[in-house]
Ligand binder design. Structure first.
Ligand SMILES: CC(C)(COP(=O)(O)OP(=O)(O)OC[C@H]1O[C@@H](n2cnc3c(N)ncnc32)[C@H](O)[C@@H]1OP(=O)(O)O)[C@@H](O)C(=O)NCCC(=O)NCCS
Length: 151
């Protein structure tokens, strides 16, 4: 069982968010791409911080939201492998969805690699529906599936 608390991300979490992003997501996003997203949409970034004594306060998962064309967008979400299937991902996505709703954005979109079964299973469980495919969306030629949810 992982013990954690979901909270808004702050600037001092940024390095750890970059590490989490790069360690867990197959991406070509550089640290500066991630930092730019963070500074543009800081209000939509949350972390799952450990509450266990040895690593108290350390981010072990994050979600990065954004606003795209008048709707909410999930730019990245990840939980470190050893802490998965403990509800952190669910808590993170609920936190950013709540923030979108507070700001009156009622639709959320995201892209995911077609082959990413874990993330697709997770998103579908959270009520996201596959909408369409973007061929060769990723730099390595893989297709993206676009998911949407009305919140
Ligand atoms: C996707 C991810 C963030 C989910 O985080 P998590 O903390 O493990 O998710 P939760 O424990 O909150 O899962 C909530 C529910 O989603 C579903 N779910 C989670 N992982 C799943 C999987 N691998 N397959 C199918 N369903 C899954 C389950 O129903 C789960 O509930 P359960 O544990 O009671 O069965 C995590 O797997 C991850 O970091 N993956 C690597 C990064 C990534 O691919 N991110 C997406 C691209 S940006």
């Amino acid at each position: 069982m992982a013990e954690f608390r979901i909270r808004k991300a702050v600037e001092s979490d940024l390095l750890e968010i970059i590490r989490l992003w790069k360690r867990n997501i197959k991406t070509i996003n550089t640290a500066s791409d991630i930092a730019e997203l963070f500074y543009s949409f800081e209000n939509y970034f949350f972390v799952a911080a450990s509450t266990s004594a040895s690593i108290e306060g350390k981010p072990i998962g994050f979600v990065g939201g954004a606003i795209r064309e008048e709707h909410g967008h999930i730019s990245g979400i990840a939980v470190d492998k050893e802490y998965r299937r403990n509800g952190l991902g669910k808590g993170l996505i609920k936190a950013v969805e709540q923030e979108f709703l507070t700001d009156a954005f009622e639709a959320v979109t995201l892209e995911v690699r077609k082959s990413n079964r874990d993330a697709r299973g997770f998103y579908e469980k959270q009520g996201y529906k596959p909408s369409y495919t973007i061929r060769r969306y990723y730099a390595d030629g893989e297709d993206a599936v676009v998911y949407e949810k009305r919140i």
